[in-house]
Design a protein around this ligand. Structure first.
Ligand code: PLP
Length: 414
């Protein structure tokens, strides 16, 4: 073990050296007081803070009716499913949820996984391994789960520049017409909040006979009249072959899925090892997710509240002169550009101002693009927004003053 331990130690030290070591805050989540939560600081004192980095965009994880549905089904069906989907782990709640998801996305069928990460890896890996000629064309900003799925498949691949249609077409043009190909991208990119030109990508896919795989993890629940996502808001459900989504963010419960044709779902169900060889989601989780989707689809007012809050947040940041990535989504990220600085700003926001913003460092973003990703929910209020904008300006200014000479010294030494 000595050799292995040494390597592990060295790699962890290198991570700390670069400022990219991950420290987890132990959040004592409160369903009653969201977005406030409780935590113990380094001195062991109980403190409260406002959460600005939860993906519970519509606050569904704290919604009384969802909690009641979860506990009702759990009392009836027990805690876990206790089996893989093939061996007693397919309950009426799993099938009800899959059918609801398929209808929501206007697809023939859907398939549940224990997370969208697992859904992405399993689907891409399974398709690639069974179709060795399949050529993956992947956006350079794709999520780790999409990259991992493509890598695990081992098929030929090309990366296209982020959201760059000209580059994408150049690649498509260069491939033989009869080469099977798949374009893999996200509708809303999780860190910058950039929105993909979905309509134009699907046009290119049609022109060059490629199939399309879209990760809608940060869009489901939040876009279109029925909340089913960005693809639906553009009326493109028929033009996208495979939609990937999560039940763990806007839906507020847990799990992931794909929605596609009967044939494709049957294939992944039959050959996807990451689907076959794992215990299925707890029945109560499926039932609560079904309830959440029912409520989300007919509650446009919640979406309106969220999007209005995004506008209020951005107006407050503008007023304080704080720059953020411009985009048409609900994600507002402030670039800091240095991992240590990013962490120091986040630490001070928490200890001095009761604001919890997790620094986003490498490898989640490339070095130099470290940022604070602000996630507003429908329950944040104007007083929270103003407090965040004022505090962010103050701390960014203080830290920048303290840090600039150090950064300039490092640059000069390089
Ligand atoms: C773009 C994207 N895809 C997939 C995932 C994985 O989702 P899940 O948490 O359901 O596994 C994430 C999670 O953060 C994500 O941001």
């Amino acid at each position: 073990m000595g050799f292995v331990n040494n390597i592990l130690q060295q790699k962890l030290e290198a991570l700390k050296e670069k400022g990219n070591y991950r420290y987890f805050l132990e959040v004592n989540k409160s369903a009653q007081h969201f977005p406030h939560f409780y935590y113990q600081n380094e001195q062991g004192v109980q403190r409260s803070a406002v959460n600005w980095c939860s993906n519970d965009y519509l606050c569904m994880s704290t919604e009384e009716e969802i909690i009641s549905r979860l506990s009702f089904t759990m009392h009836r069906s027990g805690t876990g499913s206790s089996g893989t989907r093939n061996i007693s782990g397919t309950t009426i709640h799993h099938r009800e949820l899959e059918s609801k998801l398929a209808n929501w996305h206007k697809k023939e069928n859907a398939l549940l996984f224990n997370g969208a990460y697992q859904a992405n890896v399993t689907t891409l890996q399974t398709l690639g391994r069974h179709i060795p000629e399949l050529f993956f064309i992947s956006d350079e900003r794709n999520h780790a789960s999409l990259i991992e799925g493509i890598r695990a498949a081992g098929n030929p691949k090309i990366i296209f520049r982020h959201n760059d249609l000209l580059h994408l077409e150049e690649i498509l043009e260069s491939l033989p017409v009869d080469q099977p190909k798949m374009i893999v991208f996200e509708s809303v990119y999780s860190i910058t909040g950039n929105v993909a030109p979905i309509r134009n990508i699907t046009r290119l896919a049609k022109k060059y006979q490629a199939i399309t795989y879209v990760d809608e993890v940060h869009a489901v629940g939040l876009y279109a009249n029925d909340g089913s996502g960005m693809i639906a808001s553009e009326g493109l459900q028929d033009d996208v072959d495979i939609i990937n989504g999560t039940l763990s963010k806007a839906i507020g419960v847990f799990g992931g899925y794909i929605a596609a044709s009967n044939l494709l779902i049957d294939f992944i169900r039959s050959f996807g090892t990451g689907f076959i060889f794992t215990t299925s989601l707890p029945p109560a989780v499926c039932s609560a997710a079904s309830k959440s989707i029912e409520m989300i689809s007919c509650n446009g007012a919640w979406r309106a509240q969220l999007h209005n809050n995004v506008l209020l947040l951005r107006a407050a940041l503008n007023q304080q002169g704080i720059q953020y990535y411009q985009n048409e989504s609900h994600i507002t990220s402030v670039k800091v550009g240095n991992s240590r600085l990013c962490k120091e700003v986040a630490d001070s926001l928490l200890s001095q101002q009761g604001i919890y913003l997790q620094p986003i460092n490498s490898p989640t973003v490339p070095p130099g693009e470290e940022c604070l990703r602000i996630v507003i929910t429908r329950k944040h209020q104007l007083k929270h927004i103003n407090h965040l904008a004022h505090s962010l300006k103050k701390i960014l200014h203080e830290k920048d003053q303290a840090y600039r000479p150090k950064l300039e010294a490092v640059a000069a030494a390089d």
